[in-house]
Design a protein around this ligand. Sequence first.
Ligand SMILES: Cc1ncc(COP(=O)(O)O)c(C=O)c1O
Length: 481
Amino acid sequence: MGTQRDGTNTAPQHERADLPALADREGILGDLDRVICEAWASFDAPRTAEPQLDEMLIRRLEAPLPEEAGDTEAALQDAARILDASISPSRPLYLGYIGSTGLEIGVLASALVATYDANLAVAAGGADLVEEQTLRWLAGFVGFPYAEGAFTSGGMTSNLTALLAAREQALPGCRVDGLGDRRAAVYCSAEAHHSVVRAVEVCGLGSSAVRLISIDEAHRMRPEALDESLSSDIAAGVVPVAVVATAGTALTGAVDPLDAVADVCARHGVWLHIDGAYGLPGAAPTTAPLFAGLERADSAAIDAHKWLGVQKSCSAVLLRERGRLQAAFGHEERYMLHEGDLANPVDRTLEYSRPLRSLRLWMAFRVHGAARYRAWIENTLTNARLFAESLRDSSEFELLHDPMLSTVCFRHVPAGTGDVDAHNIKLAREMQRDGRVFLAPASVDGRACLRVCFVNFRTTFDGIAHVLEVAGELGRRMARD
Ligand SMILES: Cc1ncc(COP(=O)(O)O)c(C=O)c1O
């Protein structure tokens, strides 16, 4: 029997044991509405501490699989309390790793996506048009010459999708015959994201096929080193599958010199993929000149669930030439026949069942507009610049690099501290325990540090000033003890 929220008997007349429909559906959706509104209100300002789970809830999380039906409202309240005591990138001072913002409009889209549950593996009607329009909007927003693409589960999958397309172009028939005795390589900077290495492994090339190209003092791939590596591989009979340039590294936000890298790729006839999972939205505001050359790339990855503020997961892979995805993924199965010579959407994607991930971004672009988005991104860039300036002016902190985008790595260097590396790693953990600011430790040029990434549209400059207050307060206390 279903839930009775107010104690009255609301059971339907013909309850069927095989259909787990919720009784009082409207009532419980109303409860959900209140829970969600409370959560959003809690994102408006930083919290003074992270709430902890109480003992009873922890015990319920250790319980075995329930055999009998339970109370819906109780499950909803528990789920809300568990999430409230979990780390959320929607909070204004979540600055660790690469977060997001969590735009309210994404909740509307997520609710609709879950309600209609369209599957984009097969032709889904209007939903297909939403995905296609969003891909065009996104490509236009960052200035990529779009011909085809897909929404995927994340930067990892977008990078892998592009590399599988590049592999089939460089080594035709590889998806059927494997590599055989052919040797192949993929090129990326020494500070590319590990998802590139993982994608190369999944492509069956082996991670030893990854050539980590050296970087300059600004942490960008050196095009001359790339040229040398390609020339020596080609001379040795190794087939270059792709060069992956990063537009916004996860560590420092460095953007590789895309135009110069594109020149090298053109000279050697190699596929250029841009991993812009984090940084590509930076091609829209005043940092656009850093991305010159993007328009020459064969493919690009961009996560809408990072700097574009929508909820996970929502990433896109964009390609400049139609047909490359079909060459890598096209097939026909007896349970999914083609209509005439019309392929199914799944003939162009790595994944099979796919939700309408694009709806979150489609709603966000429609409701907020591109100009507002650019202004928001600009604001996060300004936050990073101002934060770097306050570090330069400080006697107890050290700035480790000029921010190219919205990421800043820095260290606390109180006078008299012997092991600055150990001090900063410990300080990052202490800040996470403290709960007022969430950031994570990192290591830049062999130096342990604190790293912040400004992608959250709710982070204000006052909030940022608080980061150094908290780091200084905890760091000084640790140095004293
Ligand atoms: C540059 C870069 N590429 C790829 C990824 C992987 O993206 P995802 O976590 O969405 O799979 C990240 C994640 O931070 C990234 O920063």
